[in-house]
Design a protein around this ligand. Structure first.
Ligand code: MRU
Length: 337
C-alpha cells in the first residue's frame, strides 16, 4: 500500500502548545487553518463543524483536555463542555472518558499529552488495518458508492470507509468510485471529492437523489460508509441519508459495508432507538454556501444523522475484525458486553 500517495492529509495537528485544525467549512475553496489554545476554542470548532467526523472530533476533544491542563483550567468543567459539543458520535465521549480515566489516575499535563497522542496514533493504525480488511471483501473491478466524508479529514488520517476505498483502488479491486454530495452540508461534494482528487483517484460525484438510479444500473457492488455510533445490536448511526442508501442497496442486491474503529462501538446502547440524533439549525438547509435559496418565512427540519438497522448491513469492519450480518451475539463476541 503506497501510503505516501494515499495518506497525505493531516487535518488535526498538535503543535506542542496549541491545536491546528484545517477549517472544513471552507474547503475546497480555501485551505485555512484555525489555531486553538484552550478547550473552549476546541469546543466551538467541534460545534461549528470546523473539525468534524466522529474520530476527528474525539481526537480534537482529547487535545482540548490537554490544552485545559496546560492552561491550568479546572478539568471537570472542561470535560463537560467538550462532551456537550455534539451528541451523536460516541467517539467524542469515548476519547473524553479515556482522558478522564488518566486524570483520575493522577496524570499531569505531559501524561495527558501522551494519552491524546496515543488516541490519535491508534486511530491511524486502526484505519490502515480496516482498509486492508474492508478491501478484502470486495471483488476485483467493483464499483462503490460512499456517503459523507470518512477520509483523512474525518479521522487522524487515511480514513474509515474512504480508507477501504483507498486500499481497494490501490489493490485493483475498485474500478469506479461514486460519492453522494451529502446535503445539506455537502461533506461528499466538498470534502470527499477534494480528498479523492488530491489522491488522483477517479471518482464521480452524484446528487444524493441519484443513488437508487445508480444502483439500478448495476455499476456499484458495494455501498461503503462510516459510522458515528454503532449500538450493541449493530444498528448504526451515520450521516443523514445513509439509511435510505441501505434500503436502496438491499432492494438492488448491492452490498452494504460500515467501516468504523472500535471507538465508534457503543455496547452500552442496546439499539439504534436509543441513539440521540443531532438536530441542527434549519438555516443549514435553507441556504447553500451561506446564500438563502428558500423563500423567507419557510421552515425546515434538519436531523443530521439517521440509524441504519443492523439487518440492512452486510458487514461491519473494525480494526478488531469483520462482522458479517451483525447481531448482538456477534457484536458481543468481538467487543464484550
Ligand atoms: O456531521 P459530520 O460531518 O461530523 O458527520 C460525519 C459522518 O457522519 C461520518 O460518516 C462519520 O462521522 C464517520 S467519519 C470516519
Amino acid at each position: 500500500m503506497d501510503y505516501d500517495r494515499y495518506d497525505r492529509i493531516r487535518a488535526v495537528q498538535w503543535q506542542g502548545d496549541h491545536l491546528r485544525l484545517l477549517d472544513q467549512r471552507l474547503l475546497p475553496q480555501e485551505e485555512r487553518w484555525i489555531d486553538c489554545s484552550n478547550a473552549a476554542q476546541v469546543t466551538q470548532a467541534i460545534k461549528d463543524l470546523a473539525v468534524r467526523g466522529a474520530p476527528a472530533i474525539g481526537i480534537a476533544a482529547a487535545w482540548g483536555v490537554v490544552l485545559a491542563a496546560k492552561q491550568g483550567e479546572a478539568l471537570e468543567p472542561a470535560l463537560a463542555m467538550l462532551r456537550a459539543a455534539r451528541p451523536t458520535a460516541v467517539n467524542l465521549m469515548w476519547a473524553l472518558d479515556r482522558m478522564k480515566a488518566r486524570i483520575a489516575a493522577g496524570a499531569d499535563a505531559a501524561a495527558l499529552e501522551r494519552e491524546a497522542q496515543a488516541i490519535q496514533d491508534e486511530d491511524l493504525a486502526a484505519n490502515r488495518h480496516m482498509g486492508e480488511l474492508g478491501a478484502g471483501l470486495i471483488a476485483p473491478h467493483s464499483g462503490v458508492l460512499t456517503h459523507c466524508n470518512t477520509g483523512s479529514l474525518a479521522t487522524s488520517g487515511f480514513g474509515t470507509a474512504l480508507g477501504v476505498i483507498r486500499a481497494g483502488v490501490a489493490g485493483g479491486r475498485i474500478d469506479h468510485v461514486y460519492a453522494g454530495e451529502t446535503r445539506p452540508w455537502q461533506q461528499g461534494a466538498r470534502l470527499t471529492m477534494w480528498e479523492l482528487v488530491r489522491d488522483g483517484i477517479p471518482a464521480k460525484l452524484i446528487a444524493d437523489s441519484a443513488a437508487s438510479h445508480l444502483m439500478r444500473s448495476g455499476v456499484v457492488q458495494w455501498v461503503i460508509v462510516g459510522a458515528d455510533r454503532i449500538a450493541a445490536n449493530g444498528d448504526t448511526a451515520n450521516k443523514i441519508g445513509t439509511y435510505q442508501l441501505a434500503i436502496a442497496a438491499r432492494h438492488h442486491g448491492v452490498k452494504f459495508m460500515v467501516v468504523a474503529p472500535s471507538s465508534t462501538v457503543d455496547m452500552a446502547t442496546a439499539s439504534g432507538d436509543d441513539i440521540e440524533i443531532e438536530l441542527r439549525d434549519s438555516a443549514e438547509l435553507l441556504a447553500v454556501a451561506g446564500r438563502r435559496t428558500v423563500v423567507e418565512g419557510a421552515d425546515a427540519w434538519n436531523p443530521v444523522f439517521d440509524v441504519t438497522p443492523a439487518e440492512l448491513i452486510d458487514a461491519i469492519v473494525t480494526e478488531r475484525g469483520v462482522i458479517e450480518r451483525p447481531t448482538t451475539l456477534a457484536m458481543q463476541a468481538l467487543f464484550g458486553s
